[in-house]
Design a protein around this ligand. Structure first.
Ligand code: SAM
Length: 204
């Protein structure tokens, strides 16, 4: 079997997991939105135990890729992937609650490769499912004060918009204000390699 690989996920997974170790609640289920190939899921689960890792994606093809990875690199605290489109409401995890309960929502490289309404839906969903002190973690490139933080991010934004005019690198301030209006307070903003950020919100 050939595993689908994302070179970016291969490069960033260790840096992301190092941050997650410091910002996630100590227990509970981590719901990963937009798991893609599943490489972050199989890497994170054994390193973040005893938390449980729940991968998801909105495409069945992605679930197949995630299953392939989790069969190749199994972990007792890694759940089978679930179909979850952030635009659906309610999310399936609201009608079929998880055990242990969801304590964090993680979305890596998703909000700029989807229309803005998906970012809003992600934040709305996080507000609905997270308990007080639950964490929403976003990773990716962001604009700050309306400006790109590097020429490479500006070029990436241009290429995203040429693929889909509704995609594009998001403004950190706009994301933060949207989250604050949904009881998700910005706790930390951590610079990451290749002009990315880890952005951490906590549910009030
Ligand atoms: C660039 S990939 C990132 C995948 C993975 N997180 C990574 O970093 O390798 C973007 C992902 O967002 C997912 N996605 C796009 N729209 C979505 C939506 N409405 N709900 C859930 N996932 C979505 C895609 O299926 C894809 O897996």
């Amino acid at each position: 079997m050939t595993l689908e690989t994302s070179p970016a996920a291969e490069r960033n997974r260790q840096f992301i997991v190092d941050v997650l170790k410091t910002v996630l609640p100590d227990t509970g289920t981590v719901l990963e939105i937009a798991s893609g190939t599943g490489q972050h899921a199989v890497y994170a689960a054994p390193r973040l135990s005893p938390r449980v890792w729940q991968p998801s994606d909105c495409y069945r093809d992605s679930l197949n890729m995630i299953n392939d990875w989790s069969h190749a690199e199994p972990s007792p605290n890694l759940r089978d992937p679930i179909l979850l489109d952030v635009l659906d409401q309610p999310w399936s995890v609201e009608t079929q609650p998880m055990t242990p309960g969801i304590s964090a929502v993680v979305a890596i490289n998703m909000i700029h490769i989807a229309p803005w309404r998906c970012c809003e839906a992600l934040i709305n969903g996080a507000q609905r499912i997270l308990p007080p002190s639950g964490v929403l973690y976003l990773y990716g490139p962001f604009k700050e004060r309306g400006e790109h933080t590097s020429p490479s991010n500006a070029a990436f934004d241009h290429s995203l918009k040429s693929r889909n005019h509704e995609w594009g690198i998001r403004d950190l301030e706009k994301v933060t204000l949207t989250a604050a209006a949904r009881q998700l307070e910005l706790i930390e903003c951590i610079p990451m390699p290749a002009n990315n950020l880890s952005v951490v919100f906590k549910r009030r």
